[in-house]
Design a binder for this molecule. Sequence first.
Ligand code: NAD
Length: 250
Amino acid sequence: MRLANKIAIVSGAASGMGAATARVFAREGAKVLVADVLEAEGKAVVAGIEAAGGTARFQHLDVTEEEQWEAAVGAAVAAWGRLDVLVNNAGISGSATNDLYDTGLWDRLMAVNGRGVFLGTKYAVAAMRQAGGGSIINLSSISGVVGQERIHCGYNASKAAVRLLTKAVATQEGAAKIRCNSVHPGLMPPMRTSGATADPVFRAKMLGHVPLARSGEVDEVANAILFLASDEASYITGAELHVDGGYLAC
Ligand code: NAD
């Protein structure tokens, strides 16, 4: 198994790519803290993992709250002894409103997609130093590299912040054997908070720019995260992995 004996936290693991990642991690031998604000959905993910013979626990986590991150990392270490992997996956969409200059949405995007990743990294790094190393995988997006129509610029800005936060942490924590990489999904199943990006017209237009000519599947992102979490990626840090069917290549 590719993550045998690893201890992992996945934020935003109640839904979408986070849930897929938690399942793939558990299948590959990791013990997984399923962390989310959505309790019922998160507990259902845990139940599914346990039914398949894996090990997981649910942790209530609002990624914008510092004390909740401290508690989540503490819970993983208390339950299983250390922390090896953090997936900063929780996020909200920038397409929920047609007002592309909504100030409140800018603040919320920065809080969840930006501050949330910073706080998770802060507490994970402290635990991983104790463990002698680790792997952090941050969910950015194609929107962290290029702009798009109908998406609030705060989404792009927050995802670009994640892209460079990743490289800064990789630079600063290499000596502590902590790797840090970003994953950039492209056209995927819509987020729970999607507006325009769930619109078939928007999706059809985007699809025209995808060389593989189809939308991605959540497991295709989970498998990329799995690789970066595993020791197979032992010499990879500060990298950005585009899981976008070629969108950013053209
Ligand atoms: P999703 O909406 O299905 O899942 C996001 C999860 O994050 C949900 O379970 C939600 O409850 C959780 N979450 C939101 N705010 C939170 C908070 N404050 N604290 C804790 N959890 C919180 O979305 P998804 O498609 O699975 O997206 C996962 C990640 O991938 C996000 O960071 C997203 O920005 C990124 N992404 C998504 C797409 C896409 O098109 N779906 C494309 C590129 C990147």
